[in-house]
Write a protein that binds this ligand. Structure first.
Ligand code: DC
Length: 221
């Protein structure tokens, strides 16, 4: 199987770029953030908070999280229910970042991610794919951009979707998440030593896609 790991901070364009690349290549695109979001949604629905790690660990035993691929698009199922839309709220974003710092949560999702990669040619995006989940990936890319550039993109996306948004708030939320994701003890967000770092600041979407596509072509040979 050919596995491509794409890591980087929120809002660098990982998911939109990876989706397009996967389509071009006929690979599946695996958005691992959705798994952490599903765990967060599950814990929230049971009133479990991050400070009670024993309750988190116990609850994970009754969480069945599954990814299904419909026409190449990923859907996330939590105990048999499609939660693909429910996991996209700002509340779930913040909770996912917090729950993802708990070792039992990472352990729980680790095997699921590895088995998907073992069975499929895939582009997997996340925070620790190149460093922890797929240390032997065929190609590792670390996609980044300035905090301001990333926040502006998110802000414009919200407005496009008709969601009220303030740039300052998006920037502040994102800085908070960046801090949490890079400073956690377990599997913090960082580039693998053998990752190729691509900075998308100021790029048009197509530019970034073509930079990555060229890197992939070089490595597929
Ligand atoms: O990519 P995203 O914004 O959907 O991810 C939500 C949160 O999940 C993010 O703040 C950090 C966490 N996450 C992680 O710790 N490891 C991953 N591989 C993917 C996401």
């Amino acid at each position: 199987m050919f596995n491509i790991a794409i890591d980087g901070p929120a809002g660098a364009g990982k998911s939109t770029i990876a989706k397009t690349l996967a389509k071009n290549l006929g690979f599946i695109y695996v958005d691992t953030g959705a798994l952490y979001r599903a765990v967060a949604l599950f814990m929230q629905s049971r009133g479990i908070t991050t400070d009670d790690t024993e309750a988190v660990q116990a609850a994970l035993r009754s969480a069945d999280i599954e990814l299904r691929f419909v026409d190449g698009a990923q859907r996330v199922y939590l105990n048999g229910q499609d939660v693909s839309e429910d996991i996209r709220t700002p509340e779930v974003s913040a909770a996912a970042s917090a729950f993802s710092a708990i070792p039992a949560v990472r352990e729980f999702l680790f095997h699921l991610q590895q088995s998907i990669a073992a069975e499929n040619d895939c582009i997997m995006d996340g925070r620790d794919i190149g460093t922890v989940v797929l240390p032997d990936a065929d190609l590792k890319i670390f996609l980044t951009a300035t905090a301001e550039d990333r926040a502006m993109r998110r802000h414009l996306q919200f407005l496009e979707q008709g969601i009220a948004s303030s740039y300052e708030e998006v920037l502040a939320d994102q800085k908070q998440r960046d801090y949490q994701d890079t400073h956690r003890e377990i599997s913090p967000l960082k580039a693998a030593d053998d990752a190729i770092v691509v900075d998308t600041t100021g790029n048009e979407f197509e530019q970034s896609v073509s930079i990555l596509m060229n890197l992939i072509k070089e490595n597929l040979k």
